[in-house]
Ligand binder design. Structure first.
Ligand code: UDP
Length: 252
């Protein structure tokens, strides 16, 4: 039984990092192709306007809270998520937990050459892990079949899809039934971080839920997109005061 917390209509899994990693392990053993997304406040707001995106999130096998804002929202709404489980942290914990079992990982996304740089670091930090393949995230529609064939030939346990949100969520959902990968995870800028080209937010910002501020300072062009953060909090308070209590649990 999947225990989820409703955050503005999106069912986020109420899992600690440890539980999320264990669940990924079960997905790998189970076979089939599972989809995991890590929505933050921006994506949850986009999903309010884009019903197709909302549907994609609702059909995921696991959704984890990528930002402090989502966890805070769950507290305000009185349906608490245990902790933040961001994409980059989840990926690093999965590597740590299963590298020793020969975990096979395919890195799809980021600019040319970045996934290969990330692969070198991943192998160095996680003895036993196998990088099954790398493919940059810039491609035409015509190249899509060839990319999927390349992924399938390497039969990865984990396929990281780093095309930015919501492009990566749409890509996974559109191709999930053709992909021979046990777990596909939409991971945003994670491959950039694993390559060492981009730094994770420093501890102070991470601990205080200020990753958005760090990001805004580094990438001011995101300012417009970030207007969704205050809008998200307003919606959350709106829902709290309208008394809309819709805690949920789905059968997946
Ligand atoms: N990216 C890509 N293909 C695209 C657009 C983006 O591979 O067509 C990559 C980009 O190089 C970067 C990542 O997707 O590595 C997006 O990172 P960002 O941190 O902006 O993700 P977001 O916060 O938008 O999810």
């Amino acid at each position: 039984m999947r225990k989820t917390v409703d955050v503005l209509g999106i069912p986020v899994d109420a899992l600690t990092m440890k539980e999320a990693v264990e669940k990924v392990g079960r997905f790998i053993e189970e076979g089939g192709t599972h989809a995991i997304y890590t929505p933050n406040a921006e994506i949850i707001m986009q999903a309010q306007r884009d019903l197709e995106l909302k549907e994609i999130l609702m059909n995921a096998d696991m959704l984890t809270a990528d930002g402090a804002g989502v966890v805070l929202a769950s507290r305000i709404l009185g349906r608490e998520l245990p902790e933040k489980v961001s994409g980059v942290d989840l990926v690093q914990e999965i590597f740590r937990a299963y590298a020793g079992n020969g975990l096979r990982v395919f890195l799809f996304g980021a600019k040319p050459g970045v996934a290969e740089e990330a692969a070198v670091n991943i192998i160095k930090d996680n003895p036993g892990i196998v990088i099954a393949g790398c493919r940059n995230g810039y491609f035409s529609d015509e190249e899509c079949d060839e990319i999927i064939a390349g992924i399938n030939r390497s039969s990865p346990d984990i396929l990281l899809v780093a095309l930015g949100a919501p492009k990566q969520e749409r890509w996974i959902a559109a191709h999930q039934d053709k992909l021979d990968a046990r777990v596909c995870i939409g991971v945003g800028g994670t491959i950039d971080i694993l390559s060492g080209r981009v730094r994770k937010a420093p501890e102070f910002f991470r601990r205080n839920g200020l990753e958005w501020l760090y990001r805004l300072c580094r990438e001011p062009r995101r300012a417009k997109r970030m207007l969704d953060l205050p809008r998200f909090m307003l919606r959350v308070y709106g829902e709290k005061f309208s008394g809309g209590r819709r805690s949920s649990g789905s059968g997946k």
